[in-house]
Design a protein around this ligand. Structure first.
Ligand code: GUN
Length: 283
C-alpha cells in the first residue's frame, strides 16, 4: 500500500470532542442543542442510520427526539409534524430521513422545514446559500469530505477535482464546495463518455455513485486523493464503497476506507450543523 489512509473514525472522534465541549458551553448559557429525527416506515437501513444519529446526540450531550411513524402516515400528517417541530423551541435541527414512502413528495416535505433548522442542508434555501457563498447549512456528507481534505492540509487552489455522481445530496454540493476552495471541478455522471480520461487528470477524486468498482487503479493518477462516498455490499455481503480499494490504494496518495471513512463523518457534520444552529440562536 502506498496511499495514506484518511481515517474517518479518528477525525470524527476529534471533531465530536470539540462539539461536546461547545455543547457544554452552550448548556451553561441555558441552551441545549436539540435534533429531531423523523422516520417514516421501516426501511432497515434507515433504522440503522437514525439510531446512529440519535446515539451521536447522546454522546455529544445534545437533546434528541426520534419520531417513528408508520409507512401509512399521510403527507398532510407529516407536513403537520414538520410545522410543529419548526415551532418547537427545544429543537434546533430537523432531519426527515430519506427515502420517504412513495405516496409522500419528499421535496415538498424538505421545503416545509424551516431553513434555520435545515441541518441536512437539503432545502432549496440551503442549496442556494451554498451556491452563492452565503451562510447556510451544508449537506453533511460533502461537508465531511471537505473536513477530511482539511485534515490532511490539502490545498485545493488550482487543483483539478473530479466528482463522480451528480446527486443533490452529494455530487452537486460537493462540486460547489470544491469550487469555493478554488479547485477546477469536473462533474462526471452516467452520461459521461470517457470517465477514465477525466479521472486520470484528477488531483482529487470523489466517488459518489452508489455502485461498486466505479473507480479502479488504472483510472487514478499516482498520488491523487481519493474520497469514497459509496456504501455498497460486495458478493460476500461485506460493506464496500464505490472504489476498488485494494487496487486504488497502490496508486493513490491518500484514500478513505469503507467502512470507517466518509460514513462516520456524515453524522459528525450533522452534529456540527445542529450545534451551530443552536449557537446562532444564542447569538
Ligand atoms: N438518507 C440517506 N442519507 C441521508 C441523509 O444524510 N439525510 C437524510 N435525511 N436522509 C438520508
Amino acid at each position: 500500500m502506498t496511499a495514506q489512509l484518511i481515517d474517518g473514525n479518528a477525525l470524527s472522534r476529534q471533531l465530536r470532542a470539540d462539539v461536546t465541549a461547545r455543547v457544554t458551553a452552550l448548556k451553561a448559557k441555558g441552551i441545549t442543542p436539540g435534533l429531531a429525527v423523523v422516520l417514516v416506515g421501516d426501511n432497515p437501513a434507515s433504522q440503522v442510520y437514525v439510531r446512529n444519529k440519535v446515539k451521536a446526540c447522546e454522546d455529544t450531550g445534545m437533546h434528541s427526539v426520534l419520531e417513528r411513524w408508520p409507512a401509512t402516515l399521510s403527507e398532510t400528517e407529516l407536513l403537520a409534524r414538520v410545522d410543529a417541530l419548526n415551532a418547537d423551541t427545544t429543537i434546533h435541527g430537523i432531519l426527515v430521513q430519506l427515502p420517504l414512502p412513495a405516496h409522500i413528495d419528499a421535496q415538498k416535505v424538505i421545503e416545509a422545514i424551516s431553513p434555520a433548522k435545515d441541518v441536512d442542508g437539503f432545502h432549496i434555501a440551503s442549496a442556494g446559500a451554498l451556491m452563492t457563498g452565503m451562510p447556510g447549512f451544508w449537506p453533511c456528507t460533502p461537508y465531511g469530505c471537505m473536513k477530511m481534505l482539511e485534515s490532511i492540509g490539502y490545498e485545493l487552489k488550482g487543483k483539478h477535482a473530479v466528482v463522480i455522481g451528480r446527486s443533490n445530496i452529494v455530487g452537486k454540493p460537493m462540486a460547489l464546495m470544491l469550487l469555493q476552495q478554488n479547485a477546477t471541478v469536473t462533474i462526471c455522471h452516467s452520461g459521461t463518455k470517457d470517465l477514465k480520461a477525466m479521472t486520470l487528470q484528477a488531483d482529487v477524486i470523489v466517488a459518489a455513485v452508489g455502485k461498486r468498482n466505479v473507480l479502479t487503479a488504472d483510472m487514478v493518477k499516482p498520488g491523487a486523493v481519493v474520497l469514497d462516498v459509496g456504501m455498497n455490499r460486495n458478493d460476500e455481503g461485506k460493506l464496500c464503497g464505490d472504489v476498488d480499494f485494494d487496487g486504488v490504494k497502490e496508486v493513490a496518495g491518500w484514500i478513505t476506507p469503507v467502512p470507517g471513512g466518509v460514513g462516520p463523518m456524515t453524522i459528525t457534520m450533522l452534529m456540527v450543523n445542529t450545534l451551530e444552529s443552536a449557537e446562532r440562536l444564542a447569538g
